[in-house]
Design a protein around this ligand. Structure first.
Ligand code: NAD
Length: 363
């Protein structure tokens, strides 16, 4: 199969982790007999520095003419003083919009080999396998009007949370559809006791849920869900939620399973899917060769599964991750005091090697 991918490394640890993700993708392509056409383009602070725009037209065009986008991360303190529209994060939001990627899938799985990394007791976190399905193009992050106005000392800030029925309906369908391939349970998260957007959310999700009688639907307020995720994470299957709640809860789940560095994401539903780790550009550890590349590598697995329908290849990458963790390889964020750590590069090359050997063995 011909895989046409645009890679947007971005800022901070973005280039370091995407380098390893590409290495693994190349091993898949070689090992399983596919062809890779790869474009690399600028996004975020890197593009802002190069051409004054965090999302240049050439980047959008390259993404639109490929089949999948592999993104690192954007942002950093060097860009925080830019006006909102020029900030790297604005480039990322616009990219999601341009590609129409409204469904953000964020799986979080507990790996027994990493039992020591979770702040929770093993009997609590054991069996955790959650798929967060987050609406990505609506809510507070995109709602208009938005502003900061007034004289210094008396300024007023405004953001708008806005959701339309079709937006809720389409993300709910994705959530229920994915639940069918899993344990057939959806928890829809909202704040319908306080917010109108959430009242509409609950009503529409319930209506869509009736089209999926084989999937069990329950509702939870976001505050209660935040607590339940820590008390009983293994009780969740698909967690369906709006943009900001999903953003916050998925970082929490990263902590629950051991490290934000492990989490991958797929943003789908539009013309081209975007596959990226959940973490940010981690400027505090950039350029030191210590970043955990697993979130980016597992994003390649999501790309293979959701972008190209290559489940066998996706499973092989996931097996590679489990294998290196079982073998005791730990980047600094995963290591316990006194444990030996490996570099970003060492972790990536071991997984690429695993994939190559597994593919050769399967021939
Ligand atoms: P962050 O995710 O970058 O980092 C949070 C903490 O987790 C840091 O201590 C960091 O060192 C650690 N961490 C993150 N990824 C790691 C990895 N792969 N390996 C090891 N440790 C890792 O979040 P932040 O510090 O709040 O944000 C930093 C910048 O990233 C900001 O400019 C923010 O706007 C941006 N950001 C971008 C994205 C994105 O590109 N999708 C997402 C979140 C934040």
């Amino acid at each position: 199969m011909q895989l046409h991918v645009t890679c947007l490394p971005g800022d901070g640890i973005g280039p370091e982790v995407t380098l390893q993700a590409l290495r693994v993708l190349e091993a898949v392509v070689d090992g399983f007999g596919h062809d890779l056409e790869l474009d690399e383009k600028g996004v975020g602070g890197a593009a802002l520095t190069a051409c004054g725009n965090p999302l240049p037209d050439a980047t959008i065009q390259a993404c639109l003419s490929s089949q999948a986008v592999l993104l690192g991360a954007v942002g950093g303190p060097a860009f925080d003083h830019y006006p909102r529209d020029l900030r790297p994060e604005a480039g990322l939001l616009r990219l999601r919009q341009e590609l129409g990627a409204y469904a953000n899938l964020r799986p979080a799985v507990f790996y027994p080999a990493l039992r020591a990394c979770s702040p929770l007791r093993e009997e609590v976190v054991k069996g955790t396998d959650i798929l967060i399905v987050r609406e990505l193009l609506g809510g507070l992050y995109f709602g208009q009007p938005r502003s900061i106005e007034g004289a210094p000392g008396a300024r007023q800030a405004l953001n708008s949370m806005r959701y339309g029925e079709p937006e809720i309906e389409r993300i709910a369908r994705i959530g229920f559809g994915l639940a069918r391939g899993r344990r057939k349970r959806v928890v829809s998260v909202d704040k319908s006791n306080v917010l109108e957007c959430s009242r509409l959310w609950r009503e529409v999700v319930t209506r869509v849920g009736s089209e999926f009688p084989d999937v069990q639907l329950s509702h939870m307020y976001v505050d209660s869900a935040a607590m339940a995720l820590v008390l009983k994470p293994a009780g969740f299957d698909v967690l369906l939620t709006e943009n900001m709640f999903g953003d916050i809860l998925s970082d929490e789940v990263g902590g629950v399973v051991g490290s934000l560095g492990l989490l991958a994401s797929a943003s789908i539903g539009g013309k081209v899917g975007i596959y990226e780790p959940v973490h940010g550009s981690a400027p505090d550890i950039a350029d030191q060769g210590i970043a955990n590349p697993l979130g980016a590598i597992l994003s390649v697995a999501l790309m293979l599964r959701h972008g190209f329908g290559l489940s066998k290849e996706a499973e092989c990458v996931e097996a590679g991750v489990i294998s290196v963790l079982k073998a005791g390889m730990r980047t600094r964020d995963l290591a316990q005091p006194g444990e030996r750590t490996v570099t970003t590069d060492a972790m990536g090359s071991k997984i690429a090697e695993f994939v190559q050997l597994a593919a050769d063995g399967g021939r």
